[in-house]
Design a protein around this ligand. Structure first.
Ligand code: THU
Length: 160
């Protein structure tokens, strides 16, 4: 038997420690929580994806009475980015969550499905995507989607 310890690199920032570019993207993700369609969970998630050409693509969660038909904010932004700008890498992705009348104190944590899509996006463009998870008390910054998903599954895995 062998035991492995998998480590992840993550930084926590106070608002005024973030760069102007990061603050701007997080602000868009926060704004996007107002457009979230979440009549079932009342959990508003906003996302903003910044592309290599500087364009920011907005996303937010879209729920449905047939629950599994809904989509998370992160994927709505990343898929919209892929549909509109298939040749542009996604360089930064910001996420914010709002529920019970306020933004969450701790950063929201992307679900497994969104982590997998973030990873595919990163892999597709061959660069790293910085991920900013906003919380009222602190913002987590990951330099790569791979930091959010150890033992990744990407196209090479399909070759065996
Ligand atoms: N949600 C997201 O938009 N992103 C995540 O990473 C986690 C969950 C949404 C899905 C659903 O509309 C609501 O939050 C509650 O799960």
């Amino acid at each position: 038997m062998k035991e492995y310890n998998l480590t992840t690199k993550m930084r926590s920032y106070q608002w005024d420690e973030l760069s102007a570019e990061q603050q701007e993207l997080v602000s868009i993700a926060k704004e996007q929580t107002e457009r979230s369609y979440c009549p079932y969970s009342h959990f508003h998630v906003g996302a903003a994806a910044k592309l290599g050409n500087g364009v920011v693509i907005r996303g937010c969660n879209q729920e449905n009475a047939a629950y599994p038909s809904g989509l998370c904010a992160e994927r709505s932004a990343l898929f919209a980015a892929g549909a509109q700008y298939p040749d542009q890498p996604v360089e930064m992705l910001a996420i914010a969550c709002f529920t019970g009348g306020h933004f969450t104190k701790k950063p929201g944590s992307p679900c497994g499905g969104c982590r997998q899509v973030m990873l595919e996006t990163e892999h597709r463009y061959g660069g790293k995507m910085q991920i900013l998870l906003y919380g009222d008390e602190e913002t987590y910054v990951f330099e790569s989607a791979a930091d959010l998903l150890p033992l990744i599954f990407v196209s090479e895995n399909l070759q065996g």
